[in-house]
Design a protein around this ligand. Structure first.
Ligand code: G
Ligand code: G
Ligand code: NA
Ligand code: MN
Length: 253
């Protein structure tokens, strides 16, 4: 109840903000996009990690309102960076299970894109295996609607859930994000085999592969060998505030 009240207060007072973590093309070294990650910005300046409020917001349903705030802020920020000539890629926003199951999800996104004047192809949505597997047939329909509007879709935390290969090929995805637990294992032969296999599956399905949680140069080199195209992780950058991301975009220009 405490956290539920804190979330309600945070929504009312606009304490939720969005951090961004860059995604990098391994071969060209170019920024290709970023993931939007919500933060709770307390008045005293402390940040509360989503790991401690997302699960509760998911239970109470507040995640729907938080999700809307994140989506709107991410679209606003990226629209500004595009207009300033600083960026031309995609921003990826996480969708929770409850959000994904909203009957009016597409309409809500349409409205935010319209309001912020962001073209849909600049938006990518990250959905976990767990979310789509709750009701795969329905998920495919929702995903098709989102794709038809020009958005890209990524499967997040791939390998940690239960999606069968039979379903994977039916999901209209663009991207597969390999979970950090597999990246942590790249220093073992088994771990390398695992990633090799995931990349092969992804490429067979014509999906782009993003490695998450990349922290070390050795991992980057191994991922390059294993034909993974895009990396995200502390190796290059932690998630940073919109202001810091703005500065970063100007620096790399
Ligand atoms: O950024 P961080 O590592 O603290 O994120 C912790 C968890 O919260 C991750 O599982 C991440 O996917 C999730 N998360 C971060 N931002 C959002 C968001 O805007 N919406 C949803 N649904 N989950 C998010
Ligand atoms: O569930 P999802 O993949 O959306 O969550 C990503 C989470 O991983 C975020 O909380 C983000 O802050 C965190 N993260 C991103 N890069 C790294 C990394 O290189 N190392 C670690 N430990 N965490 C990371
Ligand atoms: Na994500
Ligand atoms: Mn992930």
């Amino acid at each position: 109840l405490q956290i539920e009240n804190l979330i309600r207060y945070g929504l009312k007072e606009d304490f939720f903000c969005v951090y961004y973590q860059p995604k990098l093309d391994i071969i060209t070294g170019q920024l290709v996009g970023m993931e939007a990650l919500v933060r709770f910005n307390t008045p005293k300046g402390g940040l509360i990690s989503p790991a401690s409020f997302i699960p509760i917001a998911e239970e109470t349903g507040q995640i729907i309102e938080i999700g809307e705030v994140v989506l709107r802020k991410a679209c606003q920020d990226v629209k500004r960076w595009i207009d300033q000539g600083l960026f031309d890629g995609r921003v990826a926003v996480n969708l929770s299970s409850r959000q994904f199951a909203l009957p009016f999800l597409c309409e809500q996104i349409d409205q935010i894109l319209q309001e912020t004047e962001l073209p849909s192809y600049h938006l990518e949505l990250e959905i976990t295996e767990g979310t789509v597997m709750q009701s795969p047939k329905l998920a495919i329909e929702t995903m098709k609607k989102l794709r038809a509007r020009g958005m890209h879709l990524a499967m997040d935390d791939f390998g940690t859930g239960y999606s069968s290969l039979a379903y994977l090929k039916q999901f209209p995805l663009n991207t597969l994000k390999i979970d950090k637990i597999f990246i942590d294992d790249l220093n073992t032969a088994r771990g390398r085999n695992m990633v090799d296999t995931i990349v092969t599956i992804a490429h067979n399905l014509n999906l782009t592969v993003v490695a998450e949680g990349v922290e070390q140069l050795e991992q980057v080199e191994m991922l390059h060998k294993l034909r993974c195209q895009i990396i995200q992780g502390y190796y290059y950058s932690k998630p940073i505030s919109a202001n810091d991301f703005s500065t970063f975009l100007q620096e790399i220009k």
